[in-house]
Design a protein around this ligand. Structure first.
Ligand SMILES: C[S@@+](CC[C@H](N)C(=O)[O-])C[C@H]1O[C@@H](n2cnc3c(N)ncnc32)[C@H](O)[C@@H]1O
Length: 272
């Protein structure tokens, strides 16, 4: 089997087939296109056909490759973590707007998963200290691996249920808290579709309205923020009003909701 036949055999999107083949052959996509006559070895063919079959059954391409780009950084991913979404770059962008570039601020990322948000912010603000938490030990392992792989040294990791993860020095108030928590409602039909079928349930689902974790984070955040500190959370497209109400009830001012590039309400921020 050569590259051309391999691509013709694949009954999946062309870009996915090229990515899988590049992965198996350990070369770039340009090389795949430039040398269609290149023959695959027996091992390469077997590996490619196995990955192909898994893709046909719906496994996310990021899990098959073990990598996903976020904020132009290469993240290692596994089925223990949510695959970082391009939409979440808005949370990073809005957080960076409020973090002065030279000040040594304290930033908290709750529910860090692969470490995407914490490490993206850390890469842009080397003088800040970022604390990244998760209650999944497996997810935290991946986040630590990413810090090492990306050679980012200003992130500390803590395991535990939301703010309970903070003890000792990590209990000191933060200038900024960010979070992309689970916000999908139980039994939401989207959970049975696409990549979501393969992602950890505990990274996605948060009660009947998807608001349980957002409620917990917003209600408790003021105790962990400095005066004038800010909380920024990502939420679902239909949760803008509920989230704004939670911010108000928790005593936040200057509550603003930002929409993503498709015009969908995505991130809300508030100041204590
Ligand atoms: C939607 S994922 C976001 C992951 C990552 N921040 C991102 O944006 O790609 C939510 C994360 O929150 C974590 N999580 C869920 N419940 C939690 C809890 N009670 N305490 C801490 N982390 C929790 C999950 O393990 C998951 O990693």
């Amino acid at each position: 089997m050569n590259i051309r036949t391999a691509l013709d055999t694949a009954k999946i999107e062309k870009i996915d087939a090229e990515l899988l083949l590049s992965f198996v052959l350990n070369c770039g996509r340009a090389s795949i296109r430039a040398y269609p006559e290149r023959e695959l070895t027996f091992e390469q063919k077997t590996k490619f056909l196995e990955l192909l079959q898994r893709r046909v059954h719906g496994e996310p391409i990021a899990y098959l490759l073990g990598h996903k780009e976020f904020w132009s950084l290469d993240f290692i991913v596994s089925p223990d973590v949510l695959i970082p979404r391009a939409d979440t770059e808005l949370l990073v962008e809005m957080a960076l707007e409020t973090i002065p570039s030279k000040k040594a601020q304290r930033i908290l990322d709750l529910g860090t998963g692969s470490g995407a948000v914490a490490l993206a912010i850390a890469s842009e603000r080397p003088s800040c200290t970022i604390v990244a938490t998760d209650n999944s030990a497996e997810a935290l392992q991946i986040a630590k691996l990413n810090a090492k792989h990306l050679q980012i040294h200003n992130v500390e990791f803590a395991l535990g249920y939301w703010f309970d993860a903070l003890s000792g020095g990590l209990n000191q108030p933060y200038d900024i808290i960010v979070s992309n928590p689970p916000y999908v409602a139980n039994f939401d039909p989207h959970l049975e579709q696409g990549d979501l079928r393969f992602e950890p349930n505990q990274a996605l689902v948060a009660g009947m309205e998807g608001m349980d974790d957002l409620h917990n984070i917003i209600a408790n955040a003021p105790k962990f923020l400095v005066p004038q500190g800010q909380l920024l959370v990502e939420h679902g497209y239909n949760q803008e009003k509920l989230v704004a109400k939670e911010f108000e009830q928790a005593g936040f001012a200057e509550i603003v909701c930002y929409s993503d590039l498709s015009g969908i309400p995505r991130v809300t921020s508030g100041t204590v």
